[in-house]
Design a protein around this ligand. Structure first.
Ligand SMILES: Cc1cc2nc3c(=O)[nH]c(=O)nc-3n(C[C@H](O)[C@H](O)[C@H](O)COP(=O)(O)OP(=O)(O)OC[C@H]3O[C@@H](n4cnc5c(N)ncnc54)[C@H](O)[C@@H]3O)c2cc1C
Length: 399
């Protein structure tokens, strides 16, 4: 079924529910809000939807987590991804899902024992399809992996999807009024109650609004005098469009010891590594690339080289005959690396952000969660992602 996106020229004078931001999180918010009976107007400051962080992502999803709350959230998202056309009642956008698995490999005995503990925990949460694999079997199943591997963990159902189609399909299905080139510049508040939003093309009165502005969520919240506990950290994806040596059916292959990882994409691969020492930077539309990431990932002499785990990358480096480019975005990170989903102190103003690198896989269920809070179906005490929760500080999740 065709469901074209409902673009309107310029903002209306009034709207019931406004969603600020047209990335995957804004689109998923519009989708679930519409399902719950809200009438949505989605505002995007750039000339097109899905042009900032979402298209820079790797589009990967997994059910291998170190905490039950996020696992539960992403399980629900994956359910929707796997039934996307049916759930969104449209056939214009399909997700091109490839369930090729997530393979974490360590060459370190101590880390291997931590991996065993983690998988025990994951099994205790009902995720019993996560396998622990010993060296002989690793090489049998993935002959490209180093002989130095001492243990792998793997879940075959994890995989990748097309984040752009996900966003556009959700936006189309929502039947929201979509206004592009319309940036929110402020809020109209009476007492503690939201009355409207100010935009670059005029004011809109509204009953409620959701901040889903990705890396700019903190900036937008500040317009209402609210400090969000988020920082933005640059994150780069090395795109190698044509690399015949990359096995097309390889899983997301992760060096558990360093966090460097790659997956097949296009006719080549996407490769990622973010140095844990990378400092936060101001939210930006043009995030500068740092060429050092290329050499950290590809040069076999780098301690983070992908050749450590998959030695065929060494040959690709020494031949030096394939093209590459860097695509850069920002992670919007909270102190506990879990999203912020819930109301603000201003009645009628909500936040859906802070996914800390898991915003593609978290978007669908996180937005359903936010809409449940918005409709009153979920109360503050049931919400582990509330803005005023106590944050347990976790070390930087490398993926
Ligand atoms: C390199 C990289 C790889 C990643 N890989 C993965 C992955 O494999 N899996 C995964 O789950 N996640 C991944 N992520 C994280 C994921 O991409 C993000 O969590 C997700 O895209 C965030 O979506 P968003 O809609 O919140 O933000 P965005 O896509 O940035 O959308 C926010 C939108 O809000 C708009 N906006 C901002 N300010 C205003 C305003 N004042 N008025 C109106 N509109 C405004 C912006 O223009 C933008 O379009 C990755 C991220 C990066 C950078």
């Amino acid at each position: 079924m065709t469901r074209p996106i409902r673009y309107i020229d310029g903002p209306p004078k009034s709207a019931e529910t406004i969603v600020i931001g047209g990335g995957v999180v804004g689109a998923a918010t519009a989708f679930h809000a519409a399902r719950a009976g809200f009438e949505v107007t989605l505002l995007e400051k750039r000339p097109a939807l899905c042009t900032l962080t979402t298209p820079a992502s790797t589009g990967a999803f997994r059910l291998q987590f170190d905490n039950l709350e996020e696992l539960t959230l992403v399980r629900e998202s994956v359910e929707l991804f796997l039934n996307f056309e049916e759930a969104t009642e449209q056939t214009d956008y399909s997700l091109d899902i490839k369930q090729q698995g997530y393979l974490w490999i360590t060459t370190d005995e101590e880390r291997a024992s931590r991996a065993r503990e983690l998988v025990d925990l994951q099994h205790s949460w009902g995720q019993t399809d996560i396998e622990l694999i010993e060296p002989d079997e690793i090489r049998e199943r993935w002959p490209y992996v180093t002989e130095e591997a001492v243990l792998a963990r793997f879940r075959a159902g994890d995989g990748f999807l097309d984040p752009k189609s996900l966003t556009m399909g959700l936006a189309a299905s929502s039947r929201a009024n979509v206004v592009t080139s319309c940036g929110v510049t402020g809020f109209i508040v009476e007492g503690d109650r939201l009355r409207g939003v100010r935009t670059t093309t005029g004011d809109i009165s509204c009953e409620r609004a959701v901040i889903a502005a990705g890396p700019f969520s903190g900036v937008v919240a500040k317009m209402a005098g609210i400090d969000l506990p988020v920082v933005t950290v640059p994150r780069q994806k090395l795109v190698m469009p044509e690399v015949p040596m990359v096995p097309v059916d390889a899983p997301m292959t992760i060096d558990d010891d360093t966090g460097a990882h790659w997956r097949p994409a296009l006719s080549g691969a996407y490769l990622l590594f973010t140095d844990p020492r990378t400092e936060p930077t101001e939210p930006a539309e043009d995030v500068p690339s740092d060429h050092r990431a290329i050499f950290q990932l590809l040069d076999p002499d780098s301690p983070f080289s992908v050749a450590r785990i998959a030695p065929f990358w060494r040959d690709i480096w020494s031949r030096n005959s394939v093209n590459w480019m860097l695509q850069t975005g920002q992670y919007t990170i909270t102190p506990d690396h879990r999203p912020l989903l819930g109301p603000t102190p201003i009645e009628g103003l909500f936040v859906n952000s802070g996914y800390s690198g898991h915003g593609i896989m978290g978007s669908a269920a996180g937005s359903r969660h936010l809409v449940d809070v918005m409709s009153g179906a979920m109360t503050g005490t049931d919400n582990p992602f509330a803005l005023d929760r106590i944050f347990a500080v976790r070390s930087l999740d490398v993926l």
